[in-house]
Design a protein around this ligand. Structure first.
Ligand SMILES: Cc1ncc(COP(=O)(O)O)c(C=O)c1O
Length: 354
């Protein structure tokens, strides 16, 4: 056995994906993209998404989409393509999200060279201030040009919220996608196939509000933990505990809770603050901030406290635990979305699907 290890409970992940496929379908969102970047597009995990009913696999990195090339399902590049990768984008992605006409021209050329037609979803920025056309006229100019390109298909429009600006996708905001869709119809007599209404932050609206013309969501966090990300609520029929991190104890000692001499900056250049609880029983585990930030660790043993750590170590207060922990014991943590993302990305953490 090697540690640290991330245990992925297959049944829970499958149940979450099925629950979300049902919920989106019931709300006229017929196209569900499962976002695979969180687990670095591990093909075994992607298979669970496909079994659960996703209609496409979406990832922000082309290296990840390459790993998915043998699956006969739409692959979507979530991050705007770099000029330097357009040849790979048309090869490994069926669809990409775009907001720059110079990139769209390069994609068109790359698709011509590859002898294929690549599908583009144009992103509009509805206030979150990350990617997307901000000025309407810029958007319509791009539509006009893309419609004339021989090797691009204008697949649809989309938006992304609650990532940078934390803007909550309220119905009146998403309604603007309706206006854009209608604008394209009125000006160019063209029907957009996909209206992509965002990520896990839009899920709270399902079943409450009729989402305008939205027929697609791109879901990462909600499939992983069953939570919508606007307010952090658990959705019915889902479970957040499908991802359990195991780490091994390498030291147990009683020590004061405040450093014994004058302090300066810690390993990450910050000035640490300590709570004086007196002498406490502390355990060191062999995982650190290079693998996961402390804030993403939720001990399964409710009496355990995560005190802090450095790049290779995490320090736990185990004084109040009922269990008499020994060096060599394995401790377990539930993870938030960032925790799953970080541990899957760390090459020092093994992933095991159970
Ligand atoms: C463009 C885009 N869409 C969708 C997602 C999925 O977001 P979430 O995990 O909130 O569902 C992301 C991020 O992973 C993204 O960058």
């Amino acid at each position: 056995m090697t540690y640290p290890k991330l245990l992925v409970k297959r049944d829970i992940v499958l149940k979450n994906v099925k629950a979300l496929k049902k919920l989106t379908s019931e709300n006229e969102v017929g196209i569900l993209y499962g976002v695979t970047k969180v687990f670095c597009a591990d093909p075994e995990l992607a298979k669970i998404y496909i079994e659960g009913g996703v209609d496409g696999l979406a990832d922000s990195r082309i290296q990840n989409l390459k790993k998915l090339q043998n699956f006969d399902i739409d692959k979507i590049l979530l991050r705007l393509p770099q000029h330097s990768e357009v040849d790979e984008v048309v090869r490994y992605a069926d669809i990409s999200l775009n907001s720059e006409i110079s990139t769209l021209r390069k994609l068109n050329e790359a698709a011509a060279k590859a002898g294929c037609r690549h599908k583009a979803i144009l992103m509009v920025d509805l206030g979150d201030l990350r990617e997307g056309f901000f000025q309407e006229e810029d958007f319509y100019q791009a539509v006009e040009e893309v419609l004339k390109m021989d090797h691009l298909i204008l697949e649809g429009i989309g938006t992304n919220l609650t990532c940078y600006g934390a803007v909550i996708p309220k119905p009146h905001i998403l309604k603007r996608l309706d206006d854009y869709k209608q604008g394209v119809k009125d000006r160019f007599d063209y029907d957009l196939k996909v209206v992509s209404g965002g990520n896990s932050s839009s899920v709270y609206l399902l079943g409450k509000e009729k989402l305008p013309s939205i027929n697609n969501l791109r879901l990462g966090e909600t499939l992983i933990r069953g939570t919508e990300s606007s307010y952090g609520k658990q959705l019915p029929g889902t479970n957040s505990k499908g991802w359990v991190l195991q780490a091994q104890i390498i030291e147990i000692k009683e020590k004061p809770s405040v450093p014994v001499e004058e302090t300066g900056l810690d390993a990450f250049g910050h000035e640490p603050v300590f709570v004086d609880r007196g002498v406490r029983k502390r355990a060191l585990i062999a995982i650190g901030k290079q693998d996961i930030v402390n804030e993403s660790l939720y001990p399964v043993d409710k009496d355990m406290i995560v005190l802090g750590g450095s790049s290779d170590h995490t320090i736990l207060d185990i004084s109040d635990c009922q269990k008499d922990y020994q060096v060599g014991d394995i401790v377990e943590f539930n993870l938030d979305y960032v925790g799953v993302l970080m541990t899957c990305t760390s090459e020092y953490v093994d992933v095991e699907i159970i």
